[in-house]
Design a protein around this ligand. Sequence first.
Ligand code: ARG
Length: 458
Amino acid sequence: MAKMWAGLTSGETSKIADDFNSSISFDARMYEQDIKGSMAHAAMLAAREIISREDADQIISGLEGILTDLREGTLPVDPEAEDIHMFVEQVLTERIGDAGKKLHTARSRNDQVALDLRMYLRDETDRILPKIRKLGRSICTLASSHMETILPGYTHLQRAQPVTFAHHLLAYAMMLTRDLDRLQDCRRRMNLSPIGSCALAGTTYDTDRRMEAGALGFDGITLNSMDGVSDRDFCVELMSALSILMMHLSRFSEEIILWSSWEFRFIELSPDYTTGSSIMPQKKNSDMAELVRGKTGRVYGDLMALLTTLKGLPLAYNKDMQEDKEAVFDAVDTVKMCLDVFDGMVSTMNVRADHMKEAAGKGFINATDLADYLVRKGLPFRDAYKISGRIVRDCMEQNLVLETFPLDSYRSYSDLFEQDIYEAVDLKNCVEKRISEGGPSKASAEQQLSYASRFFTE
Ligand code: ARG
């Protein structure tokens, strides 16, 4: 295809340079945004009498035709084109003639690509948000049926204190509420139109940038033309928010992998979300969770790639910036896939409350409650802690647990022990008595559920 920028030079470049330079293979996905942006541009040019109404009408209906044909697949994207912007303009000019050549008045590909990318990522953000909400709702639903399912809470992956499965799940729900918030915040900053910044220094035409921005659903315009064409913060910010979201999914994945191992057996993943081994007939592998954990590295990589690309760039546009798209598209595609599969996996998994209870019964996760019992009876915490440690050691030696340690034996450590010690170390009570706000008691879990659910309603 002859270059539209032929003029100073013949526009003849070597094939190898063309292939190297072209971005059509990955930016063609922005055709909707590119065409809608051009329609708004033509309408603005006519409104400001920069081009005639007839030319604008011809351009707009030509663009409508191209949009329909691209959607229906009847217009193949030319792989030889330099990028989607050049392709659309070229086809338009072929179809409507001279009027098509007027579309690029008072704009540049620099502000055009910045516009397209903001519109595209705004649309993608609007697809990601409901997926997070859906996953959030699935987590809340699961939590609401496990308000009394006790399992050990861990620190250092050692059994620590009793919590409910609802409480554990709601920790993830809270992370997702912040992920939603971050993405919405990022969308707000993204939703400013750079079009009209032109190549870098605005234009001598009396354009109306706000009209164009308004027609395209933006909340306002970028206020510095050099910033407008060279800023890619919105991509970096989006990928940062997505990286944090993936970090959360990855931690959850790690737990799902552990929980479905024979060592834990806290959950069983649905056969729909596990794979077998080609050699070991007994295997049921949690590949989906492992892949989500693995793909987290990939999304971080996308973020680091763009940050590194941008760090040395002088203002304003540089071709290095064409590298933004593959990274941010990959991050967005990966996150959408991960959210879908994660939601399916979480909402179909089978929870083994019996195994959780069994694990909670071992490991002395009520030892803190034993110490707290003595504190309530008047002993300073440090003394109570020491006595409790000795009792735990004694139990271990005799193969007993705090619930089965005889009262006489308790009393040999302190006169403060009475029959009510057994209520104090009962796991159910241990959870329910954790009444501090944000703790694992049922009342607190209900409060958490209603807070998170508000975020997750569409
Ligand atoms: N394909 C280019 C990109 O993605 C579009 C902008 C080209 N601008 C230019 N001055 N060569 O960044």
